[in-house]
Design a protein around this ligand. Structure first.
Ligand code: NAD
Length: 351
């Protein structure tokens, strides 16, 4: 029963759409719109079963509610999935999808996600205004994400060592893609000692060329001594096997779903390692599309990303005061924002 699943996840609305003539099967999940329109990308995957697609869209849309609320955005959480082979996607599919988004009348605002592109959003934009991440928008969010991660790392460093200066610190960046390479550059500029690692040797070679950075072999990354481990590649890197090996004081990076399971936040805390919740520190991507939706500029997005640092520091202090993980503190703060939405929202520093 979809209603049962909706109740379990706390969803407001789930829309199933079928346009067989253009091969479109989509599910749009609106988790919560208390703080504003439900914003979240459209993921296109050949899910094997309808239940698999439903579980994914329910889980992802709920996560967007928390991410937006914790980032102090006036947005709710939504997500959509299109069930299709990536190479079967064409203009007619995306156009039909745009009409579905339009029928939701602004309750849901879409953007890019796995297997959807800026060009797809341009097609969607021909059918609806409720889309961001188009070629007329603010462009690649990665620089904003990287800037937010630097601010978040500074907050963690301040909480751990008493000063946010990076010149005495060593940061190990895992993954030298769009975010990781920018993050590593910014850390070097801020005076940090930087170690880098990537599964792709070409990415490592091109980054280390001419720079004073140490390359760490892909397999040695979890055993490498550093102050801050910054996962910027894939999810699930913090698990039962890696936690005992970590030689760092802080885990703070851009990757989504860093923890293999939620309980690993507590396991890190027990080891005395500060974990910056992924959805708080990597909110720069969401901040970029939210800024675009509000009609503001890239400079506004960068400024908003800098504020991730103060917010994270306040959450760390809150967690310390309550004897919880920062992840628990962030979830609690997000829920409070939603529950008290009719009143002006205090920042976590004021609570
Ligand atoms: P990307 O695809 O540009 O880069 C990923 C890099 O990680 C690549 O260089 C790849 O070779 C490397 N990699 C893959 N598997 C690896 C592994 N097991 N070990 C080491 N390196 C590995 O991706 P990106 O846009 O830089 O995003 C990085 C992470 O941050 C992802 O988890 C993404 O979901 C998350 N994130 C990105 C943004 C954004 O604005 N791009 C926003 C929020 C979150």
């Amino acid at each position: 029963m979809v209603h049962r699943e909706m109740a379990e996840f706390g969803h407001d609305q789930v829309t199933y759409a079928l346009e067989d003539d253009v091969g479109l099967r989509a599910i749009v999940a609106i988790h919560d719109t208390t703080l504003g329109p439900a914003l979240g990308g459209t993921r296109l995957l050949p899910y094997e079963t309808e239940d698999e697609a439903l579980q994914d869209v329910l889980r992802l849309s709920r996560a967007m509610t928390y991410k937006a609320a914790a980032a102090e955005l006036d947005l709710g959480g939504g997500k959509a999935v299109i069930v299709a082979e990536p190479d079967a996607k064409d203009e007619a599919t995306m156009r039909a999808y745009g009409r579905i988004v339009d029928r939701l009348d602004g309750q849901y605002v879409t953007s890019v996600d796995v297997n959807t592109t800026v060009a797809d959003m341009d097609v969607v934009a021909e059918e609806t205004d409720h889309v961001v991440g188009t070629s007329d928008g603010l462009g690649d969010p990665s620089p904003v994400t990287a800037r937010g991660v630097v601010a978040g790392i500074r907050a963690c460093v301040e909480a751990t060592y008493g000063s946010d200066g990076l010149d005495d610190r060593t940061v190990l960046v895992q993954g030298l893609g769009k975010v990781g390479s920018r993050l590593a550059k910014r850390l070097l500029e801020a005076g940090a000692a930087v170690k880098v690692s990537d599964v792709d040797p070409a990415a490592v070679a091109s980054f280390t060329d001419g720079r004073d950075v140490e390359a760490v072999a892909h397999g040695d990354v979890y055993d490498e001594p550093c102050d801050v481990f910054a996962p910027c590649a894939v999810g699930g890197v913090v698990d039962d096997e890696t936690i005992p090996r970590l030689e760092c004081d802080v885990v703070a990076g851009a990757a989504n779903n860093v923890l293999a399971e939620r309980r690993h936040a507590e396991a890190l805390r027990e080891r005395g390692i500060l974990y910056a919740p992924d959805y708080v520190i990597n909110a720069g991507g969401l901040i970029t599309v939210a800024t675009e939706y509000a009609g503001d500029t890239r400079a506004d997005a960068l400024e908003a990303a800098d504020r991730i640092g103060d917010r994270l520091l306040a959450l760390i202090e809150r967690a310390d005061g309550r004897g919880t993980t920062v992840l628990d503190a962030a979830d609690a703060y997000a829920r409070e924002r939603i529950e008290t939405a009719t009143e002006p929202t205090p920042s976590p520093a004021e609570t």
